[in-house]
Ligand binder design. Structure first.
Ligand SMILES: Nc1ncnc2c1ncn2[C@@H]1O[C@H](COP(=O)(O)OP(=O)(O)O)[C@@H](O)[C@H]1O
Ligand SMILES: [Mg+2]
Length: 341
């Protein structure tokens, strides 16, 4: 009997600020928004993930509140984060079997997380049945998921743009050599869209509509080779209070997002400036890798390329690169010394 068989269940979890993904047996079994809906009166958890998202602002029950426990790259709500972790593990159905699972887990956490927060994540996983747990920092998991050999003495820059934060890191020899985390990412882009619509078009839109606008006509540059069609945006007229729709094009959204993207560019330039020269030479050769949902923004790679004069590559399936990397880390549970015990 091999040593591995003692742990009959193994899970990799990417605990993202926007989306959480669980991998079991090399398959993505859970891919859900990191949202918890709970009843304020009874303290009962009503739903997590997509079902919780659907309740957001749409339930007649005033006592039901939806929260995103991992806002801004940190754990904003401990208790709800614990519920989220436990429910995600439950949703995998692995504990349904006759024998209680001897569960081993690798959990990917934002690199800005404090020790206290890290402990809270660990305790939630333990309460959900995990017997052996390792954590991995997000940029490291992204790098592994992209297919970079992180153990090599070779510098690589990863820019992971998620919901709450953009994490920029230089990785070499299994370590994060320098990194920067800024709270400018997908959520901030949505806020920029909301503000733009209010100021330019006198129309109030919700976060979910802003997200649709961003995906339909979001752009980091104002000249695209293949422009998307204008998007019909529903909202409420600021002056009359009546429902109204207006058409927006990508150039407008490029304008709305410009300042936020400039902040990400500055953070990349600062991290490059902090990079030791030998590793900077590697990055010059290897280029920059983009991961996370934010990297799907049209023209972002092009814009970063012209700003840094470096090659820019977008990870394959960037929304799942971190989860893939966490899954690979799970397979190397005892080999990757950078996994946090
Ligand atoms: N096609 C797209 N264009 C722009 N942004 C996108 C696109 N698809 C997803 N996103 C954004 O990516 C973010 C989620 O990315 P993700 O990597 O899952 O974040 P996290 O790791 O923080 O959970 C959200 O803000 C979402 O709006
Ligand atoms: Mg992520």
């Amino acid at each position: 009997m091999g040593l591995l068989s003692f742990f009959n269940k193994e899970l990799a979890m990417d605990l993202g600020t926007a989306n959480s993904i669980v991998i079991y047996n090399d398959q993505v079994v859970i891919d859900e928004p990191s949202i918890v809906a709970y009843n304020k009166n009874t303290n009962k958890i009503e739903a997590v993930g997509k079902r919780a998202q659907l309740m957001d602002g749409k339930t007649d029950n005033k006592n039901i509140e939806t929260v995103r426990p991992l806002k801004g790259g940190v754990i904003a709500d401990f208790e709800m984060a614990q519920h989220l972790i436990r429910e995600l593990i439950k949703m995998t159905n692995i504990s349904r079997s006759f024998m209680p699972p001897a569960l081993r887990m690798v959990i990917c956490i934002p690199s800005g997380i404090t020790n206290v927060e890290e402990r809270a994540v660990r305790e939630s996983a333990e309460q959900a049945g995990a017997k052996e747990i390792r954590m991995i920092h997000e940029p490291m998991a992204a790098a592994i998921g992209i297919g970079i050999d992180v153990l090599e003495p070779n510098g690589n820059m990863i820019v992971d743009i998620g919901g709450g934060t953009a994490e920029i890191a230089v990785i070499s020899l299994g370590g994060i050599v320098c990194n920067k985390s800024i709270k400018v990412a997908g959520d901030e882009f949505n806020e920029n869209v909301i503000e733009y619509m209010r100021k330019q078009h006198n129309i109030v839109i919700g976060v979910r509509t802003a997200e649709k606008v961003k995906i339909a006509v979001g752009s980091a540059i104002s000249e695209l080779d293949t422009p998307p069609d204008e998007f019909e945006t529903p909202g409420r007229d600021l002056l009359t209070g009546l429902p109204k729709t207006i058409f927006v094009n990508y150039k407008e959204i490029a304008h709305a997002l410009d300042k936020s993207i400039a902040r990400i560019e500055s953070a990349i330039l600062e991290t490059l400036a902090d990079t030791p020269p030998e590793l900077a030479a590697d990055i010059y050769k290897n280029g920059i890798y983009l991961a996370g949902g934010g990297s799907l923004l049209r023209g972002l790679d092009q814009r970063i390329k012209s700003k840094t004069k470096l090659n820019v590559h977008i990870a394959e399936d960037p929304l799942r690169a971190v989860a893939r990397g966490t899954g690979i880390a799970l397979k190397n549970f005892n080999k990757f010394s950078f996994l946090i015990k």
